[in-house]
Write a protein that binds this ligand. Structure first.
Ligand code: PMT
Length: 310
């Protein structure tokens, strides 16, 4: 009998552009494997669950993608190559530092009868220059691959493809699963083809989404270091849920966070212990991002994992 996750793949078609993304992933992983380079897969943002095949309405997940986008930058700082699997139109590395309006406010337009030119305001150069340097270095060195998803089904297909190519990277591969993945969905076979009529209360039956951590850890990338996140709104269940995930999926590390304090506090939970990372008031006022500290800690345990001491 097919498992729950196998059935998901057999009943939900590949996303458009899937083959092209597979080629990008293959080339990226192969080129970094040659250099014995560590590669991190960062998943980021929320998945959508369409209610209609010709989708007008969908159920969304709250995540904006800041955790993933900031973490991706800090992994680059730590020398990792990064596959950034993110929700289309969510927050992305580098541009996250200025929203669109802020970007336009940084520009000066000069116009005369013959020419139009655009330059950066002198007082914006200090802010833009270090970000541009990092972005351009990552581009030149081919250190960051951007792959995007929208629906839960896109995410499933692309995540499995990432794992397929990361398998050969062995212990040098790190999975950092920060995306907020829908827990319920409407199976393709039960989804309306056209826009749901609004002349009555719709009957929508949601089903449980299979947990991909099961095949990820046991089948797809058994030698990689897998880090999952656990988001809760009730503090009293955070540690027990995170510990439960470690026992159930048998991976090494869960990072727990609470919805309203996730920017300043997380808990690292491993099989035998847990510890908290919390920004101090001073760090917050100095603009320190918790992802910087999370990533340093994750890299440190990944190093031990590679050395066989974790
Ligand atoms: O984007 P931000 O606003 O910065 O917020 C960041 C965050 C709060 C979304 C992030 O820090 C976080 O906690 N992400 C995980 C959210 C969550 O609890 O997801 P979950 O309970 O659905 O899944 C737990 C873990 O199982 C996740 O690592 C997920 O990748 C994995 N999972 C989930 C669903 C699924 N079908 N299969 C899975 O393997």
């Amino acid at each position: 009998m097919a498992s729950h996750w196998e059935e998901f793949y057999s009943t939900n078609p590949q996303p458009v552009n899937f083959e092209n993304n597979c080629t990008l992933l293959k080339n990226f992983c192969e080129s970094h494997k040659k250099n014995n380079q560590r590669i991190v897969l960062v998943t980021s943002g929320g998945t959508t669950v369409p209610l209609e095949h010709n989708t007008v309405r969908f159920v969304d997940n709250f995540s904006g993608g800041l955790r993933g986008a900031a973490s991706a930058e800090y992994f680059l700082d730590q020398g990792y190559s990064v596959i950034f699997l993110h929700r289309f139109n969510s927050i992305i590395p580098f541009t996250r530092h200025f929203n669109h309006l802020k970007m336009l406010d940084m520009l000066v337009l000069q116009k005369n009868e013959k020419n139009v030119s655009i330059s950066i305001k002198p007082d914006s150069v200090d802010m833009l220059a270090p970000i541009l340097v990092k972005y351009q270095r990552a581009q030149e060195d081919n250190k960051m691959l951007y792959i995007n998803f929208t629906t839960l089904s896109d995410y499933f297909w692309l995540l499995r493809a990432c794992c397929e190519y990361l398998k050969d990277i062995g212990a040098n591969a790190l999975l950092y699963l920060a995306a907020a993945v829908s827990d319920f969905f409407v199976p393709s076979s039960q989804m309306a083809t056209h826009k749901l009529p609004s002349d009555g209360v719709p009957e929508i039956h949601l089903q449980l989404v299979p947990k991909l951590l099961v095949p990820i850890v046991s089948l797809w990338v058994p030698h990689a270091f897998v880090v999952s996140f656990k988001l809760e709104t009730d503090e009293s269940v955070l540690i027990s849920k995170a510990t439960g995930a470690i026992k159930k999926y048998k991976h090494k590390l869960v990072i727990g966070n609470m919805l309203h304090t996730r920017r300043t506090r997380v808990v690292f939970v491993t099989e035998g212990s847990n510890y908290e990372i919390k920004l101090t008031e001073e760090q917050i006022s100095n603009g320190v991002e918790i992802e910087n500290i999370i990533v340093k800690n994750v890299v440190s345990v990944h190093t031990k994992f590679i050395e066989g001491t974790f």
